[in-house]
Design a protein around this ligand. Structure first.
Ligand code: SAM
Ligand code: SF4
Length: 390
């Protein structure tokens, strides 16, 4: 590659080796960011150098369960159906986002399988050139019914939330859920070929600590991948403690670190590390001789903001660039006129440019020594995960 001659104070810059190297790099990198370049080559880099390639989409704010750490005691005020994004609007947003560099989407909620015709949305999204992965997070209640249809529609990965293997405890934490339905949903999903199949387990001290080894043992003979997740503060810990009969209602009474869960898993067998991609939030291990894996996700004790690659789309069309920020960008306004694709792209880019460096959960960091956060009192708590899409 020959660089055009450039002179400064009569000296040819293009002769200088550093200039040549930088210039060549610029030539190589420019096509990745230039407007009009094919979607499959574009990348979105935020102000802190993170590549943003993952969009979580809440397709509904409704749910058929009432998990105590997610759903407020008084329930939530549901949006009117006319305020919820249509499948066509979701498709347009994903298309614009993929054009900018999004490569993976996760469909979530509320409970995504309560949204009518969800397989049709998956099939539509599957047609978007450049989108590499479509994933789903579900509570598994309707999974027996839908496993085959979502697999056939093109779903790539599935996460099933399950906090207890004990029927009574499951009923308590979900306020009425039926464990058998979730377990048969898992069987159907495996039979339909939905692999890898992950199980999300929210750690709650003195509620499911005694089941951590049982969850780890689920990975012994079946290709199940259990992810232990630290409980994030959403202002519901008082209610949560009350219903589950835990402690005195403070967040600390309920919080169990992923590190403690890892130590318990060590009693099940030797943990062999499994290499992960840079943006993966879990620290993953195989228990020696087991088929599946166990992973530990520590948003509180070891925040992973430095490698955060996510954007979140709420069911009514607001884009959130951080789970713990209430600042959102309304994408629905882009549908009001004809050039919505360009406008959507501009709004998505704006959300990326405003993405904060760290989430801000003052006073909730167990590993204070390594806590990079500055507590400036952002809008951290009192949001509902079922409305944002956890
Ligand atoms: N209804 C679906 C489900 O339960 O899988 C999808 C939506 S739910 C909000 C997504 C995930 O967020 C679930 O795995 C749930 O356990 C997790 N979640 C909800 N509230 C949480 C909290 N306060 N801390 C950690 N995880 C939470
Ligand atoms: Fe519903 Fe999922 Fe929230 Fe449970 S965690 S209440 S299943 S949205």
């Amino acid at each position: 590659m020959t660089l055009p001659p450039l002179f400064w104070k009569g000296v040819s810059l293009s002769r200088k080796p550093t200039f040549q190297i930088c210039g060549k790099l610029a030539f190589l990198i420019y096509p990745l960011y230039a407007p009009g370049v094919k979607a499959i080559w574009r990348k979105m880099i935020d102000s802190f150098g993170r590549e943003i390639d993952y969009l979580r989409i809440s397709v509904t704010d409704r749910c058929n369960l009432r998990c105590v750490y997610c759903m407020p005691a008084h329930g939530i005020i549901h949006k009117q159906p006319s305020d919820i994004l249509s499948f066509e609007q979701i498709y347009s947003i994903v298309k614009a986002a993929v054009g900018l560099g999004i490569r993976k989407v996760r469909i979530t909620g509320g409970e995504p399988l309560v949204r009518k015709d969800l397989p049709a949305l998956i099939a539509e999204l599957k047609t978007i050139n450049g989108l590499k992965e479509i994933c789903l997070t579900t509570n598994g209640i309707y999974l027996s019914e839908y496993a085959l249809a979502i697999k056939e529609a093109g779903l790539d990965r599935i996460n099933i939330s399950l906090d207890s293997l004990n029927k009574e405890k499951f009923r308590k934490i979900t306020q009425g859920g039926n464990l058998e339905m979730v377990l048969s949903g898992i069987d159907r999903a495996l039979a339909a070929g939905l692999a890898p199949l992950k199980i999300n387990n929210v750690l709650l001290k003195d509620f499911n600590t005694d089941e951590i080894a049982d969850f780890a043992n689920l990975t012994k003979a079946r290709p199940l991948h259990v992810r232990f997740i630290e409980y994030m503060p959403t202002g519901l810990h008082g209610f949560c403690a009350d219903v589950l009969g835990l402690g005195h209602g403070s967040y600390d009474d309920i919080f169990l670190s992923a590190q403690e869960a890892k130590n318990i898993c060590r009693s099940v067998g030797e943990l062999e590390p499994v290499e992960q991609g840079t943006a993966d939030t879990a620290e993953v291990f195989k228990i020696r001789g087991f088929l599946g894996s166990v992973g530990f996700i520590s948003p509180i004790s070891r925040p992973f903001c430095a490698s955060c690659n996510k954007l979140r789309l709420t069911s009514e069309g607001r884009l959130r660039n951080c789970l713990h920020s209430s600042k959102t960008i309304d994408l629905k306004k882009a549908f009001a006129n004809n050039n919505s694709q360009d406008e959507l792209a501009a709004l998505i880019q704006e959300a990326i440019s405003l993405k904060p460096e760290f989430h801000n959960l003052p006073g909730h960091h167990k590993d204070e020594k390594n806590n990079p956060l500055v507590p400036i009192g952002l809008e951290a708590e009192n949001f509902s995960m079922c409305q944002i899409g956890g």
